[in-house]
Design a binder for this molecule. Structure first.
Ligand SMILES: *[C@@H]1O[C@H](CO)[C@@H](O)[C@H](O)[C@H]1NC(C)=O
Ligand SMILES: *[C@@H]1O[C@H](CO)[C@@H](O)[C@H](O)[C@H]1NC(C)=O
Length: 365
């Protein structure tokens, strides 16, 4: 009698799992029409080779991760001359040193007084997987981890969903050690309920060619590091937006332990005519020393209930107030660019809430 019972339990479990696997919801904001791998049958890659093949080929796929995929060591290590930037004055070799990527150590970026040192890094971390079009990459529960490699959606790849995946450990001890997620020359990318931690460089980077419609939602950007460029356990390199024609919605994200570039908008180098335009609403700033370092673009920081009614005509709702706890000033009342929102899918906004810290990230979808 034991055997049949066992088999029935097995079948029940499989059916339950199949029904639950798939992308949850749709993107809020600009990337709303992203469908990823659509209705393709979910597939579970066996190892990093199969994962890479499925992500890079030209077949629409739903790729489900129910374990960790560890790329560390898969491409070997490199030992070469890098540098200790002048800014790294941390005690006990505790800061972040640099790989000499794009001559960063020798072209002045490392600062006067930077010293040459030998660096040894994992090669897998500095070359991301080039994800193809029409892919959904989803994690099961909190098991979907990619360790030691980033993802890049570029060169015409479009319609990609990355949901409930933790990307971690890309040479965190080195500036240029690796970016977690890169988009460039793409369209319709939705990153949702992911987590990024312990990267060498950017947690998310868009640029320099047009990334078009992007939504980053419900994602935890965890900057806790033992190799802080600012010697304080905080990661410096956060979200870097420098695409030439990008529409980026960020909603419901939890960004913590960062010390710079939480979001950096840089006007595209080749198109100085264009600038960054930002509406910031419903954010919680807690212990943020410098919410705004400098503003050479246009910012509406949702400054007051009465001013926030200006959002309604083009964004479709009155903007939500931000809240500030032990944080610096964040001033911007520029509404002149609101007409650019007209005709776009604009995310609704919720009132500022500290519950973001538990609703963002993996395993809570
Ligand atoms: C992605 O899917 C769209 C819609 O089905 C299709 O037109 C396009 O060719 C696909 N792209 C690739 C690279 O397969
Ligand atoms: C930092 O180092 C300490 C002591 O070695 C270790 O316990 C901790 O896990 C490290 N933290 C990270 C984020 O690597």
């Amino acid at each position: 009698m034991k055997s049949p019972t066992y088999i029935l339990v097995g079948i029940y479990t499989l059916l339950g799992q199949a029904a639950a696997v798939g992308v949850v919801g749709t993107a809020p904001g600009f990337a709303a029409s992203t469908t990823g791998g659509g209705t393709a049958t979910p597939q579970y890659p066996a190892d990093i080779t199969e994962l890479t093949t499925w992500l890079t080929d030209s077949t629409a796929r739903v790729i489900a991760l129910n374990k960790e995929f560890n790329f560390i060591g898969s491409e070997g290590t490199a030992t070469e001359t890098g540098c200790r930037p002048a800014s790294n004055t941390c005690p006990d070799n505790g800061g972040q040193d640099a790989i000499n990527q794009a001559d960063w150590c020798t072209n002045g970026n490392a600062g006067t007084g930077a010293t040459s040192i030998q660096v040894t890094y994992d090669k897998a971390g500095i070359t991301p997987i080039n994800v193809g079009s029409n892919k959904s990459l989803i994690g099961i529960g909190s098991t979907g981890v990619i360790r030691g490699k980033g993802l890049r959606i570029a060169n015409g790849a479009k319609n990609v969903i990355i949901q409930n995946i933790h990307i971690t450990e890309l040479n965190p001890q080195y500036i240029w050690g690796g970016d977690a997620i890169t988009v460039a020359g793409s369209d319709l990318v939705w990153v949702d309920h992911c987590k990024v931690s312990l990267v060498g460089r950017q947690m998310f980077v868009a640029g320099t060619t047009a990334s078009n419609r992007v939504t980053l939602s419900n994602t935890e950007f965890d900057g806790v590091t033992n190799w802080s460029a600012t010697c304080d356990g905080h990661h410096y390199w956060g979200v870097y937006l420098t695409g030439s024609s990008d529409l980026v919605t960020m909603k419901g994200n939890y960004i913590h332990h960062t010390s710079g570039r939480v979001v950096r908008l840089l006007r595209p180098r080749l198109r100085h005519r264009r600038r960054g335009y930002v509406v910031a609403e419903g954010n919680v700033f807690q212990d943020v020393v410098t919410p705004l370092l400098e503003n050479k673009g246009s910012l509406f920081s949702s400054p007051s209930t009465s001013a926030n009614t200006a959002c309604a005509a083009d964004l479709g709702h009155n903007c939500q107030l931000n809240t500030y706890g032990n944080s610096g000033a964040f001033d911007g009342s520029d509404t002149g660019f609101f007409s650019d929102f007209s005709g776009q899918t604009v995310a609704s906004a919720d009132a500022a809430s500290t519950s973001i810290s538990s609703s963002a990230g993996v395993g809570v979808i």
